[in-house]
Design a binder for this molecule. Structure first.
Ligand code: FES
Ligand code: ZN
Ligand code: ZN
Length: 306
């Protein structure tokens, strides 16, 4: 197996593209692909300030590295969720992230949820006792809220997350099987800013998980290998497995599935519900001022306020 570009021994074969690369040309290919997606969806420019959500995992550190190498002004945000019960997931991932930023001289903001709000994510979830043992929904809510808040407070032009093609295809699969039209109308990789909400972009939306892992390993990025202990047995992981089976039989399946969705979205197949600015101004959280659909407090303030 030889590199398509230089004829040297290849270290990776991308079956769905039917190409192989040596280390150097694979890393270059990843940067080119990411830049292409940024341009294709008009995500952001080099003059804008970006806030990258980093977890210490392969996807977010690879993305941050690529954005930095491409010359984007990308700062990192790490949220310490306080998930240390089964392994040291949060403490270890905080350390990987800190070292990554330090080695490159990048700006990293870290927030310890427990220090800030008095409870870790598992503690918040246990208190709210919604009949679920896992804290994933509370965790998602807190992460979305704080990422948005810190981006707005820091006057960033866009929030950047490292959702890869496997993540997007698995969400899509779940949303299609449940016919969640509401979600299907919102899964575009670029969501423009609206009242109270920062712009959100996903530059890895066409990058396979395997590729972002290979990028991290081949470029010597130290990242946390363990997953969040609560992700075990999740629907998202199960859907990823199903899609991997399809991909094994039909290389390129995930790409086709995702790009087909984007075409359908563009053709108006799903309602793209963008709340109008006036509507968002109507109701504001009494505590934090965020637009909210409920009276009084927003869901985040209700969760941390109890
Ligand atoms: Fe949030 Fe696992 S519960 S990362
Ligand atoms: Zn090569
Ligand atoms: Zn609020």
């Amino acid at each position: 197996m030889k590199c398509k570009k230089c004829d040297q021994k290849a270290v990776i074969n991308l079956q769905h593209h039917n190409i192989s690369f040596c280390k150097e040309h694979f890393l270059e290919w990843m940067r080119v692909q990411t830049e292409r997606v940024i341009q294709k969806f008009h995500m952001f420019t080099k003059e804008e300030r970006l806030l990258v959500a980093v977890s210490g995992g392969k996807d977010s550190l690879s993305l941050w590295d690529i954005l930095w190498q491409l010359g984007y002004q990308a700062d990192g945000l790490y949220l310490d969720l306080g998930i240390n019960d089964f392994n040291n997931y949060s403490s270890d991932s905080a350390e990987f992230t800190r070292r990554f930023a330090e080695e490159r001289g990048l700006q990293l903001t870290s927030m310890d949820i427990k220090a800030q709000y008095g409870e870790s994510i598992p503690e918040m979830a246990a208190r709210t006792k919604r009949g679920h043992t896992k804290p994933c929904s509370q965790c998602g809510l807190v992460k979305r809220y704080l990422l948005n808040k810190l981006a707005l407070d820091g006057r960033y032009d866009a929030i950047v997350t490292a959702h890869n093609l496997d993540d997007e295809a698995a969400f899509l699969f779940a949303n299609v099987t449940h016919w969640s039209l509401d979600y299907l109308g919102r899964q575009y990789p670029l969501l423009p800013a609206t009242t109270g909400f920062a712009r959100k972009a996903k530059p890895f939306c066409q990058i396979y998980e395997r590729e972002s892992a290979a990028y991290a390993i081949l470029s010597g990025i130290n990242y946390i290998y363990t997953e969040c202990p609560y992700s075990d047995g999740s629907k998202q992981l199960r859907n990823k497995r199903y899609l991997n089976m399809m991909e094994d039989e039909q290389p390129g399946f995930k790409t086709q599935f995702y790009l087909g969705y984007l075409r359908a979205l563009k053709a108006g197949a799903f309602p793209q519900q963008q709340e109008s600015a006036a509507k968002l101004e109507e109701k504001r959280c009494a505590k934090c001022g965020q637009p909210t659909q409920s009276d009084g407090l927003c869901t985040f303030c209700r969760l941390v306020n109890k």
